[in-house]
Design a binder for this molecule. Structure first.
Ligand code: M6R
Length: 362
């Protein structure tokens, strides 16, 4: 069932171009329109609240940037275990979105039950359409990733992002923020992703060589700005889950507010920097790291590496990509880095210690 791969995680990373293309086909029409239920109308919604745990929470965190930027819609994110006990005030003008691969995560289910009846609509974005979270929501949107076996979530994350991106685009359209041309352009951007991800998967050998060195580190930092900040958090989570190396993700701009104290020549710093409007800012943070002898791995595109790559420890060149959806593409090198580092360390990639695939008790 591993289809020739050594691990489920490797298979699931490799499947991403196919499952994302499936999800895009499912949620768009042949003539290029968004195919989401019209009963889900964002024109009268005044707030979106996104709640989940772990990797699914980081998908929500990326989606916050999308709802705000694309649809001008205020978006809150929360960790389900905090949300459920904080019992935040919720208003009928809000839509609450619960994201879960398994659809059985205890905290996320409890958070959903708390929100029900208080917000206008309870929506779930799930991989298992028969799950408790899907059944108890007003509307469940399957992410169509197929069964995910590896404890480290990979293809579910990028499929969650794909569905959340389509929701943000629908919200932008419903609220008159996106005209037909702009919408078509964004949908074309999403449709380009499977091809770009295939290209990123081709970097696996390069990543494996970098991972040989990463495997000897005790601490690793991930940095990103804008929607790449949650990707930095996700990259760090993936690395700690399966390689047991201590890793932290930070917003690049937070560096000088504390974490820069950790930098020396033993700490690899992975900088996720697509060439977007914030590229120069991220590069200047990266240079602050290099000035303190930090070993920088710059993940960007070829132009980004040519412009800013002088003096970095290692570089990874991804294909150019519409900057709005870069988090979906940049998830691939983050996953590959974790995978190959775990392989180099000889840990159990699919069944990491202390972790369960589905966390059905709090
Ligand atoms: O099934 P869920 O998406 O609700 O699970 C949430 C988290 O437990 C899960 O994403 C976890 O963080 C993964 N092991 C991350 O790789």
């Amino acid at each position: 069932e591993k289809a020739g791969y050594k691990h489920f995680m490797a298979k699931e990373i490799a499947e991403q171009p196919v499952v994302i293309a499936d999800a895009l086909r499912h949620y768009t029409t042949r003539d290029g329109a968004i195919n989401l239920p019209e009963s889900l109308d964002f024109s009268t919604v005044d707030r979106v609240t996104l709640v989940a745990c772990g990797t699914a929470h980081y998908a929500c965190h990326v989606a916050k940037y999308w709802f705000e930027q694309i649809a001008g819609l205020p978006a809150d994110i929360d960790i389900a275990s905090e949300f459920r006990y904080r019992e935040p005030p919720l208003l009928p003008g809000a839509v609450a979105i619960f994201v879960s691969q398994s659809g059985e995560t205890a905290d996320t289910l409890a958070a959903l039950r708390y929100a029900k009846g208080k917000v206008g609509k309870v929506l779930s974005v799930v991989n298992v359409p028969t799950s408790s979270i899907a059944r108890e929501s007003d509307l469940a949107l399957p992410i169509l990733a197929g069964v995910e076996v590896g404890v480290a979530s990979t293809k579910a994350f990028t499929c969650q992002l794909t569905v959340l991106a389509l929701l943000a685009l629908k919200a932008g359209r419903d609220r008159g923020r996106l005209g037909p041309d702009e919408l078509a352009q964004h949908l074309n951007g999403l449709r380009a992703l499977p091809g770009l991800m295939n290209h990123a998967l081709g970097l696996s050998g390069d990543v494996a060589r970098i991972a040989e060195d990463l495997a000897r580190s005790e601490d690793v930092l991930f940095l990103g700005r804008g929607a790449m900040y949650p990707l930095a958090l996700e990259g760090a989570l993936k690395l700690k889950e399966i390689s047991y190396i201590h890793a932290e993700g930070y917003a690049s701009g937070e560096l000088k507010h504390g974490p820069i104290a950790l930098i020396d020549d033993t700490v690899p710093v992975i900088v996720l920097a697509p060439r977007d409007a914030l590229f120069d800012k991220t590069v200047s943070n990266m240079q602050e790291v290099m000035a303190r002898h930090g070993r920088v791995l710059l993940v960007s595109d070829a132009t980004g590496l040519a412009e800013a790559g002088a003096g970095v420890w290692r570089g990874l060149a991804l294909p150019e990509c519409p900057s709005l959806f870069a988090p979906i593409l940049y998830a691939v090198p983050a996953q590959l880095l974790a995978y190959h580092t775990a392989i180099a360390k000889g840990t159990d990639v699919d069944q990491p210690r202390n972790l369960a695939k589905s966390v059905t008790v709090e």
